[in-house]
Design a protein around this ligand. Structure first.
Ligand code: PEP
Length: 255
């Protein structure tokens, strides 16, 4: 029997937009996708806009998430935002280990693992991002790098600890570059990621965990990616900033 995994598509707004633009985009995403029950839709606005965008999404099916979190609860950590703060402004989701956090801000495997635990403890649903760099792919290390990142993040956790986990496979060479992985490239990594999750957390959990692909997804490439057996959704950066494009990507699920 084919497992039922509801597709999940997230829009990562990164460090873009003003408050008014973010509110407008939130409303537009809601108008276009609230009734589209075939896909679970999430948005990840910048920290200062979370509460206001959350108000635009109130009582809708669109989930609100943050792009990162700090591991401490409170204290002298200038510029940082805690999991409790995110919960208090209405977040239900959080990205953990996005490649820009790993490679621009230097979040290592240990910090990512810690952030995952802190998110879970606060009741936030994590989207754990993993992915290899171009030189790692060229060296034939794609599977090994993704397995290492998974192992580091999930070490010591059980399937019941991470019930709502979503994993996003985002090859670093495809993020923001216009170079999208082919559906076949995505599928072969997703299948290996699922098998690695099975080894770490059990086959039953691996069969139902959702694995998103992310990296330069556009409306034209979304349907091909959705067509692969182990691609359960997409994480979208640039194309999520235009409601029309983002909605076309979400709706490509049934195309
Ligand atoms: C991302 O930020 O997760 C992402 C996939 O970005 P883009 O779609 O712009 O490559």
């Amino acid at each position: 029997m084919t497992p039922k995994r509801k597709p999940v598509v997230g829009g990562n707004w990164k460090m873009h937009l003003t408050l008014a633009e973010a509110q407008e985009l939130g409303s537009e995403v809601r108008n276009r996708l609230n009734s589209y029950a075939a896909v679970q839709t999430l948005v990840f606005p910048p920290f200062p806009f979370l509460h206001a965008v959350g108000q635009r999404l109130q009582d809708s099916a669109i989930g609100l998430g943050a792009q990162d979190l700090h591991v401490e609860k409170k204290g002298a950590f200038t510029g940082a935002v805690s999991a409790e703060m995110l919960v208090s402004v209405g977040c239900k989701w959080v990205l953990v280990g996005h490649s820009e956090r790993r490679h621009v801000f230097g979040d290592g495997d240990d910090l990512v693992a810690n952030k995952l635990r802190v998110a879970l403890a606060a009741g936030l649903k994590p989207v754990l991002c993993i992915g290899e760099r171009l030189q790692e792919r060229q060296a034939g290390d794609t599977f090994a790098v993704n397995r290492r990142q998974l192992r580091a993040a999930l070490h010591g956790l059980s399937a019941s600890d991470v019930q709502d986990l979503v994993v996003a496979y985002e090859p670093v060479w495809a993020i923001g570059t216009g170079l999208v992985a082919t559906p076949e490239q995505a599928q072969e990594v997703h299948a290996d990621v699922r098998s690695a999750i099975g080894e770490l957390l059990g086959i039953a959990f691996a069969t139902q965990v959702r694995i998103q692909y992310g990296g330069s997804v556009k409306p034209e490439t979304a349907a091909g990616l959705f067509g692969k057996a182990d691609v359960d959704g997409l994480l979208v950066g640039g194309a999520s900033l235009k409601a029309e494009e983002f909605a076309a990507i979400v709706r490509a699920r049934n195309a």
